[in-house]
Design a protein around this ligand. Sequence first.
Ligand SMILES: *Cc1c(COP(=O)(O)O)cnc(C)c1O
Length: 394
Amino acid sequence: MPLEEECRSLDAADPLAAVVAQFAPGEPGVLYFDANSIGAMPLGAERAMARLGDQWRRLRRRGWTDADWLEAPARLGGKLAPVVGAEPGSVIVCDSTSVNLHKLVWMGLEMNSGRNVVLSEKGTFPTDLYVAENAARARGASLRLVASPEEIEKSLKGDVALLLLSHTDYRSAYRHDLATLTRMAHDRGVLVLWDLSHSAGAVETALAAGQADFAVGCGYKYLCGGPGSPAWLYVAPRHQAAAQPAIAGWMGHAEPMAFDASYRAAPGVKRHLAGTPPVSGNALMEAALDLWADIEPRAAFEKHARLGDLLIRTVQELTPQSGLQLASPREAARRGGFVAFRHARAAQLADSLNAVGVVVSHRKPDILRFGLSPLYHRYLDVWELGVRLKGRTT
Ligand SMILES: *Cc1c(COP(=O)(O)O)cnc(C)c1O
């Protein structure tokens, strides 16, 4: 079957087709495959903004209770938990990924205080490294980096307290095997903190099944929470009572409204809340998370894998002379949210694709990234991408 026909029949049989229709169309004629800063806008976000405006205008202070603004971090965490394979009551939506990383690097070092090294990879997303190095230094520990995934195992030595990994590499989309690495670390007494920013909402992350200790992720990429949306954090239920939070704020107090002079940590994951929740950001994030109420996560992850396989085939079939070389693993189970290719003139190609209405993202020196969402992409979008690529690459 020709590729175009195949895409049409995949779309016709797509169990997520109704979800695709719940996104606002972008600019007419523009194919959106950006992989970095922001996912598409759910139609529900517009309704959420209007609803919040109405609540603010009418309820004012009473919104905290009557509109449940105060409970949003835990409520949203409850909606996100099944998407990332987490236990109920183990996720809260709050702050930025960087802030949440600080909290959990701190907690990992606190829980494993006989050891004084945070281990990570050189290629980890820069903010993760900055935060980890600084938090480690503040606790009299240090950050140690390995050059490649193959070196992780032999570097899990007796002084390592915490292993901090990006589940998906932000340049190649290489996806670690979360369960295997977690088990390997646990066998050596090391806790593991996963950054799921380039995975959550696109691929399976199975935190509970993989025995993960801690995780963080952003809300605005594949989760489509909107510009600057709040991030989230996960603490395994078995660890939740193990340590005081790094930031002891009133929202993480056992009784915020008691105005006690001293701090008592809230039970569960809520102790990691710090200050007043971002009500407008949470309202948009909730509109995005509500899309998952009708989605079987496994169906979404299967669609994502198929989109990625199709994208690779499309590039190879339509543009054999394209100069694009796959930089991501061919096996879908080893790829995160996007597919990356190398190209000798990647920056120029990104610009010329932009000129024909294809938005992709470029990472220096030679990487082009095509972000794929199981929620808002159609299979035909990938075919159309191939058509436009063909005109630009030779
Ligand atoms: C996008 C991303 C972040 C973003 O961090 P913020 O503090 O939310 O800006 C962090 N880590 C990784 C791996 C990312 O991909």
